[in-house]
Design a binder for this molecule. Structure first.
Ligand code: DGT
Ligand code: CA
Ligand code: CA
Ligand code: ZN
Length: 578
């Protein structure tokens, strides 16, 4: 028996789902693997221990695990592999994980490229694109080839960094492993992870412990370790099989606050702090703040800021983009009281099985309720988005009836608002008539086409949509997909100005590969007094968990509770909609 982690099992099951998609297998079967992968990944308990202690019955009781999946999981524990997965990989030996990261390539188009051109990985793909072979394949064409090339170049530029949600899952499991060892009194991930940046280069783990040697041994022998780069007394470094590097430093208890501060960074923030220390005749490093030989602060990060004459700076703000000046109280300016991680009362972008989501209206509402929300808006796509099964006027009317029914079933618990994610057409008009839009509680509008318009035309297109008296929110306003697609060209200042003038809200789409608006633009909204909405863009019940990343981005953008409309209760929220 092999102790396989929840994450590794989920990766294998997700892999099966993708290969099955490629083989155009039965959608229910595909969905069963996807669902199981997500359920196991988000499970609090260790699935191996569940099986070890409770056997087959206990495994079956795990949500999302039916009999077929149960047998697969046991097979993985027994053999370290899954025969089904190995067979699928052998049948079509392509690096699906790698290739589907390229924008516009799904499992099915990967299969075509493999069959027609023998493309197995990114290198093959690049070679084929450069030779102009891809555009010759039916269904691809010159435009698609260009897009693939752009995405290839993009992925080179950002390679080596992973999205915050992936880093978060890994960090949690490492923290659980190392933090659980006896004698550990602090186990914290510092670096860009603690600053909640949208992508993470590597993880920087800090540990205070009585038994450093034992910690280091467990660390380099953890499951999931691909390579040990260094194994020392106070510092070790590994590369995980997933490709992510992790550094672990053991720091003395007396200086753990200073170490946490130093390794949280950013480097620019550190440098600015050090200069302040120097001006005061002090010395600051990862061991503490010193006056000559005497320690002034070190064990406690708050005290360190205090000793430097600064207000405590939350990690999300430490980029040296004005936070140091704002934290010097004597200058009269103040750091904002950042929006808290538990302040959202609702979610204004939720998709269901009516378009490209996987769950029913009531299922989504019940999950939102379970997570403590008191309202959600159902915002399925509109008809232009045919691939997402977008709604026309007739289906929207039918949907309204189902929402009414669900609201009765859930009365007094959560309110379901009628909404839409209405496509903004090329000229800035909308995909649904004003008459239909006027009946909805929440109208979100977004760009899903003509990404390459000139900056001026694209900006005018979005402003025209904002001028529609029914449009409450612009969803994912810049359209970027982190690591895959740049934002379309827009004049963000003009858009923010128009948002202010028309009373339109701009969204922070919390999906980890969107985080759109980004931190810099959020800050511009905050300065201009434009209101924001933090939405999950959930397409499945599990997706409500991404709200955390939207909140992190909002904090990085200096947003307070007051800047974000869905921190309000429903009554006050309605006053802010058009
Ligand atoms: P990443 O890993 O690229 O996402 O970004 P960080 O910020 O985690 O950077 P990393 O892992 O290279 O270093 C962790 C922290 O250590 C960094 O945020 C600040 C601190 N640090 C690293 N190198 C330097 C340096 O040369 N000078 C100063 N003052 N601090 C540094
Ligand atoms: Ca780092
Ligand atoms: Ca590092
Ligand atoms: Zn959208």
């Amino acid at each position: 028996m092999q102790h396989t982690s929840n994450g590794d099992i989920a990766r294998i099951l997700r892999g099966v789902a993708e290969y099955l998609t490629m083989e155009s297998a039965n959608p229910f079967r595909i969905r069963a693997y996807g669902r199981a992968a997500e359920a196991i990944e988000s499970l609090e308990e260790d699935i191996f221990l569940i099986y070890k202690n409770g056997g087959e019955k206990a495994l079956e009781a795990v949500p999302g695990v039916g009999m077929a999946i149960r047998d697969h999981v046991i097979e993985i524990f027994r053999t370290g592999k899954l025969g089904e997965y190995e067979r699928l990989k052998k049948k079509t030996p392509v690096r699906l994980d790698e290739l589907t990261k390229i924008e516009g390539l799904g499992p099915k188009s990967v299969k075509k490229l493999y069959e027609k051109l023998g493309v197995r990985n990114i290198k093959d793909l690049e070679r084929a694109v450069r030779k102009g072979l891809v555009q010759e394949i039916p269904g691809f064409g010159e435009k698609t080839e260009k897009r693939i090339l752009r995405s290839l170049e993009f992925s080179k530029k950002t390679s080596g960094r992973i999205l915050l949600d992936k880093a978060s899952a890994i960090a949690q499991s490492i923290k659980k492993r190392i933090g659980g060892i006896e004698g550990v009194s602090l186990c914290e991930v510092a670096g860009s992870f603690r600053r909640r940046k949208e992508t993470i280069g590597d993880l920087d783990l800090l540990v205070v412990a009585k038994n450093p040697a034992r910690i280091m041994d467990s660390f380099v022998r953890m499951e999931g370790v691909g390579r040990v780069l260094a194994h020392g007394k106070t510092k070790s470094s590994i590369t995980l099989k997933s490709g992510l590097d992790v550094d672990l430093r053991i720091v003395p208890k007396e200086s753990c606050g200073a170490a946490l501060n130093y390794f949280t960074g950013s480097k620019e923030h550190n440098i600015a702090l050090r200069e302040i220390a120097i001006k005061k005749g002090l010395k600051l490093n990862e061991y503490g703040l010193f006056k000559g030989e005497k320690v002034i602060a070190g064990k406690n990060e708050e005290k360190l800021y205090e000793a430097l004459g600064l207000e405590y700076v939350p990690p999300e703000l430490r980029e040296n983009t004005g936070e140091i000046e704002a934290s010097m109280r004597r200058k009269g300016s103040r750091l904002p009281k950042l929006i808290g991680y538990d302040t959202l009362k609702g979610d204004l972008q939720v998709q269901t099985e009516w378009s490209d989501g996987v769950a029913s209206i009531e299922e989504m509402a019940r999950e939102a309720l379970r997570r403590g929300l008191s309202y959600i808006a159902i915002t399925d796509h509109t008809k232009r988005l045919t691939i997402a099964n977008g709604l026309n006027e007739k289906r929207l009317t039918l949907q309204a009836k189902e929402i009414d029914r669900a609201n009765i079933a859930l009365k007094g618990k959560i309110t379901i608002l009628k909404g839409t994610e209405c496509d903004i057409l090329k000229d800035g008009s909308l995909d649904l008539s004003d008459k239909v839009l006027a009946k909805l509680d929440v109208v979100g509008a977004s760009v899903h086409s003509y990404f390459n318009l000139e900056r001026k035309a694209q900006t005018e297109r979005i402003i025209k949509a904002m001028e529609n008296p029914n449009v409450d929110i612009i969803f994912h306003p810049t359209g970027r997909l982190i690591g895959r697609r740049d934002a379309y060209a827009i004049d963000i200042d003009a858009i923010i100005k128009a948002a202010k003038r028309t009373g339109t809200i701009l969204e922070i789409d919390a999906f980890p590969d969107r985080l759109d608006l980004c931190d810099e633009y959020i800050k511009k909204c905050v300065v201009s007094g434009v209101k924001l909405a933090i939405d999950s863009d959930a397409h499945a019940p599990e997706h409500f968990s991404v709200l955390e990343f939207g909140l992190a981005q909002a904090r990085r953008g200096w947003a307070t509770k007051g800047d974000v409309i869905n921190t309000r209760n429903l009554f006050d929220l309605k006053k802010l909609l058009k």
